[in-house]
Write a protein that binds this ligand. Structure first.
Ligand code: SF4
Ligand code: SF4
Ligand code: SF4
Length: 156
């Protein structure tokens, strides 16, 4: 899945345009959810039992990985070719992963690393050791610089 967009959120909303949330349409509410200006529980219709599965899916979809907001790092899997540059280039990755230092990729059981390539797609595993999250915070952008397809974008 690529970066989350408002349409993906909209598809899981009740789509009644009832305005009970104070927005004129469900799409407007979806856009505000994406921008974190509204909360899921502010759609009363979604709290009805028949929408429980949608509610749970939306909750999962909207939950940012710890550190995602602070670091501003986004990863678009649709653009990722699985080249592994991010795994090798990120300095904290090398610190917690000897195999990464040598360029041979992380051990699958290593959950301290930031990036892992799985099924030819990079995944963000743990941003808590990112230089943009762990003090002393720096404006590191190495992963973005080394990503040849712009799958990694740092939004601030
Ligand atoms: S309350 Fe829910 S269903 Fe009604 S318009 Fe807002 S988002 Fe759509
Ligand atoms: S910003 Fe720097 S420390 Fe953070 S994931 Fe990218 S390369 Fe690693
Ligand atoms: S550097 Fe970019 S294209 Fe290569 S694995 Fe990482 S995210 Fe994917």
């Amino acid at each position: 899945m690529g970066r989350l967009n408002a349409f993906q959120i909209y598809k899981l909303l009740p789509k009644t345009n009832c305005k009970e949330c104070g927005e004129s349409t469900c799409m407007a509410f979806a856009t505000k959810l994406l921008n974190q200006e509204r909360k899921l529980d502010e759609c009363p219709i979604l709290l009805e039992s028949k929408y429980q599965a949608n509610y749970e899916q939306l909750k999962e979809l909207l939950a940012p990985a710890e550190g995602a907001l602070e670091t501003g790092i986004t990863l678009d899997e649709d653009l990722c070719t699985g080249c592994g540059n991010c795994v090798v280039a990120c300095p904290p990755n090398a610190r917690v992963c000897d195999a990464c230092k040598g360029g041979s990729g992380p051990d699958p059981s290593n959950d301290k690393i930031i990036f892992r390539v799985l099924d030819s797609k990079a995944k963000i595993v743990n941003l808590k050791i990112c230089r943009r999250y762990e003090p002393p915070i720096t404006n590191c952008r190495i992963c973005e610089m080394y990503c040849p397809t712009r799958a990694i974008e740092i939004l601030r």
